[in-house]
Ligand binder design. Structure first.
Ligand SMILES: N[C@@H](CCC[C@H](N)C(=O)O)C(=O)O
Length: 257
């Protein structure tokens, strides 16, 4: 069997993209997902995304982490929007379905603006905090994020019993200025630091700007620049949360199985 695929990246978070509108990909074959994401034995990626038809939306995004587990992926969703535009499914605006519900997106000036789900609130975890942005995110503010032991500390929190059994993603955040942060993320399902995490930077921006009347936060990641906009919280909850950044096609190929 031969499968055509495309490789996309959004600020260095990279994905195998498959146009599965004909629904030929066996989405229960998690071994195949992790083999395709393997950087030595497969294409290599942080995750794999299937684009499928949906009766009520422009498309449905089925997202898998590199290990075959599933959750919401912000950077993956931005790449899925760019890929769906490339496939001719949409032009400038879209609404699509993901594992956490419906999303809207706008393609403008080479950037994908993605409307995230509403965020219920921020939970205090000692000196740290926890925010669910469609995927679970532990947030820790640190002084020198460039030199912080992301892998070791991230793994410790990811497997901490307070998050068992599902685990969490872990974000380390440094304040750069009044409206800018630097974020590095240990991702569950990849089990390593990725160059950027969309749901992670969204969670970090909310934790950083939670007391502002309305915020646009600039975010530096190892893979590039993102921004997050949101309205002031009402009763601790955040609505109209937008994740904005680039999404690019890197190459196309065929997989022989
Ligand atoms: N890279 C993603 C997050 C993917 C899901 C995460 N690893 C999890 O399992 O919760 C993003 O850009 O949001």
């Amino acid at each position: 069997m031969e499968i055509s695929f495309y490789k996309y990246q959004g600020t260095g978070n990279d994905f195998v993209m498959i146009d599965d509108r004909a629904q030929k990909f066996d989405d229960s074959d998690l071994k195949l997902v992790s083999q395709l994401c393997d950087r030595k034995f497969g294409v290599g990626a942080d995750g794999l995304i299937l684009i499928r038809n949906h009766a009520d939306y422009d498309f449905e995004m089925i997202y898998f982490n590199a290990d075959g587990s599933q959750s919401m992926c912000g950077n993956g969703a931005r790449c899925a929007v760019a890929f769906s535009a490339f496939l001719g499914i949409l032009e400038e605006k879209t609404s699509f379905l993901a594992i956490d519900g419906a999303h809207e997106a706008i393609l403008k000036d080479g950037l994908v603006q993605l409307l995230m789900g509403d965020v219920a609130g921020i939970d205090e975890k000692g000196a740290d905090s926890f925010v669910n942005t469609g995927s679970p995110h532990h947030i820790r503010f640190v002084d020198d994020v460039q030199d912080y032991p992301i892998f070791a500390e991230g793994k410790k929190v990811r497997y901490d019993e307070m998050y068992a059994p599902a685990g969490t993603n872990v974000n380390f955040v440094e304040k750069v200025s009044a409206d800018e942060i630097f974020v590095r993320t240990y991702e569950r399902g990849v089990e390593d630091e990725t160059l950027s995490c969309g749901t992670g930077v969204t969670a970090a921006a909310i934790a950083f700007g939670k007391d502002l009347p309305a915020a646009t936060i600039k975010i530096q990641t190892l893979g590039g620049q993102l921004s997050v906009k949101f309205k002031a919280s009402v009763n601790g909850a955040f609505k109209e949360v937008w994740l904005i950044g680039p999404a690019q096609q890197v190459f196309a190929g065929k997989i022989n199985l």
